[in-house]
Design a protein around this ligand. Sequence first.
Ligand SMILES: O=C(O)c1cc(=O)[nH]c(=O)n1[C@@H]1O[C@H](COP(=O)(O)O)[C@@H](O)[C@H]1O
Length: 269
Amino acid sequence: MTTQQLVDQIRSKKSFLCIGLDVDLDKIPEHLLEEEDPVFAFNKAIIDATHHLAVAYKPNTAFYEAYGIKGWQALRKTIDYLNQNHPEIFTIADAKRGDIGNTSGMYAKAFLEDLAFDSVTVAPYMGKDSVEPFLAYEDKHTILLALTSNEGAFDFQTQKVDEEELYKKVLKVSKTWKNGQNLMYVVGATKTEFLAEIRRIIPESFLLVPGVGAQGGRLEEVCRYGMNRNVGLLINSSRGIIYASQEKDFARAAAEKAEELQQQMSKLL
Ligand SMILES: O=C(O)c1cc(=O)[nH]c(=O)n1[C@@H]1O[C@H](COP(=O)(O)O)[C@@H](O)[C@H]1O
């Protein structure tokens, strides 16, 4: 999917909501545990109830890898279901990978070719040759961790190296890599005080912003400092939407939460 197609979808749905499919068998409604594939049954119900309100879905692969082969099969069914039924929706494999070049090439093949996601999250720590194999997929998107939502972001990311914060170096240097202009970046919704500065360095890039909802980030603040002329934001909420109810009405409850966010977004566009 091209960035322009993503922007067009945002404008037509009046939404820049990304729903995180972080499925935990201990949190899904009990009646689904009787299904052959409870994780996929849960995802399908959530997608069916919310696809008109969201422009992206982001399964975090940890929640699938944790269930072994069954988890991986559920991940495949979920991405196939999205690609077949909602090809206009942007899909993110939240895998946070990155390794020496030939290994990164295999990660890229796994998520962008085999599973056929539109994008994958990647850690910048190992540098240029660990990220360029993802960027080689020019019709896909690499989403680089810049300033994360967690407390540990202050351990390294905001520390100065040669008088400049590490996250700023990540933003500036990664732009110079081959196809680096195609990068998107992760910035946590809990770090809005950094957003104006981030926008000075990368005015045009899309930001994936997790941390609204369960982690306490505020949508209005993210938009005030982070929005650009193409909107430039994908705001993710996982637990705040998918576990709105843990009873039989879970999909309807998720849709209500998603609609609340979509309504707020439509006023900020
Ligand atoms: O890359 C991410 O998506 C990510 C980066 C980050 O800085 N913080 C962060 O919370 N995430 C992910 O975003 C999701 C947030 O989930 P909730 O807190 O339940 O909305 C999880 O899948 C996290 O792994």
